[in-house]
Design a protein around this ligand. Structure first.
Ligand code: ADP
Ligand code: MG
Length: 341
């Protein structure tokens, strides 16, 4: 019952800055099923290659051992399957099916949110497989800690192995993916068009692929190669969506909250715990450095009356970054995310 997309192999996967760790983790897992990173939890936004990576992993395991028992499914399909087995009074068969595998891959585990019956069943399957030393790989659009609506005990299981993120590809990776997809689709673009596509599409690899397909269709219809001007016209809507949005204080606040895994209330509140204080000061520093807002306007975004609060926080961070390498690294990381988004 293994249905995989034949295109989603490791050979067709470009490994870049954004998915290197996730890819290496999957590769390591295939060498040591159930023995090292169990479960392996991969998360990232839509269209960044989670499904491709999961299918590729399944293929890779099969290539080494053609008799390995593998199930790949999505949490959604898992849930509907459970209910059809329940309706037929065949819950034992359902359990047997899932408890016999060597490798269980469940894609889009966020679809377990709110499905209590399914969560209970999955919890037991998880425990059985885990205690038998069978490998579990999960994907999600959120890290475990953000999966509200999934039982605590499941979240803690999800977090007990290795958690890796797939992020957006950088320019070099996007160029490599574009070249790979061109080969797959059997289409040629000039270098400036390739660079234009890679620079323009910033949302996801899926959209990158879609753009290449559109340009290919145009070139076929017109019967000649795509020029840069034509590419600009064809991808006009993509260009608009991806137009660099001005960096706002709100976006900085959101990104900092994401990084520290705290919510905006905590960032804007008065909590004195170390994490919130650092997060708050970094957000203030970045707002001062990266936006054109005045100090008093930034202060309003942080619900502070006095603009000197911003100035003091910014100076403090600046000073600390000179001594504290870890802090500098953190700030640079957040800055990178803000600037390349
Ligand atoms: P997700 O499951 O994260 O939403 P998918 O795995 O469905 O994303 O990927 C979307 C599309 O982008 C697929 O066609 C996939 O082949 C392609 N893709 C994503 N990442 C890569 C990559 N690193 N190299 C090659 N193709 C990729
Ligand atoms: Mg997917």
């Amino acid at each position: 019952y293994l249905s995989l997309n034949p295109k989603y192999t490791f050979d067709n996967l470009i490994v870049g800055n954004n998915n290197k760790v996730a890819f290496q983790a999957c590769l390591a897992v295939t060498e040591n099923l159930g023995k090292i990173y169990n479960p392996l939890f991969i998360y990232g936004d839509v269209g960044l290659g989670k499904t491709h990576l999961l299918h590729g992993t399944a293929y890779h395991v099969l290539a080494k051992n053609s008799t390995a028992k593998i199930i790949y499914t999505t949490a959604d399909t898992f849930a509907s399957e459970l209910f059809s087995y329940l309706e037929k009074g065949m819950i034992l068969e359902f359990r047997k099916k899932y408890r016999e595998v060597d490798l269980l891959l469940i894609d889009d585990i966020q679809f377990l949110v709110g499905k209590e019956r399914t969560q209970i069943e999955f919890y037991h399957i998880f425990n059985v497989l885990y205690s038998l030393g069978k490998q579990i790989i999960l994907s999600s659009d959120q890290p475990p800690s953000k999966l509200n609506g999934i039982e605590k005990r499941l979240i803690s299981r999800f977090s007990s192995g290795l958690i890796v993120e797939i992020t957006k590809p950088d320019l070099e990776t996007k160029i490599n993916i574009t070249l790979k997809k061109m080969k797959e689709l059997n289409v040629e673009f000039s270098r400036d068009v390739v660079l234009f596509i890679a620079k323009t599409v910033n949302t996801s690899v899926r959209e990158l692929e879609g753009s290449i397909k559109r340009l290919k269709a145009y070139s076929e219809i017109m019967g000649r190669p795509i020029t840069l001007d034509v590419a600009r016209t064809v991808l006009k809507d993509v260009l608009e969506v991806n137009e660099v949005q001005p960096l706002t204080v709100e976006r900085i606040q959101k990104e900092v909250c994401n990084y520290f895994n705290i919510d905006i209330k905590e960032l804007l509140g008065n909590s004195r715990n170390k994490k919130s204080v650092t997060a708050r000061q970094i957000a203030m520093y970045l707002s001062k450095e990266l936006t054109d807002e005045s100090l008093s306007s930034i202060a309003r975004y942080f619900h502070k009356k006095d603009h000197t609060t911003i100035l003091n926080a910014a100076n403090k961070i600046k000073e600390m970054m000179e001594k504290d390498r870890k802090l500098k690294y953190t700030v640079d990381l957040i800055k990178d995310k803000l600037i390349t988004l």
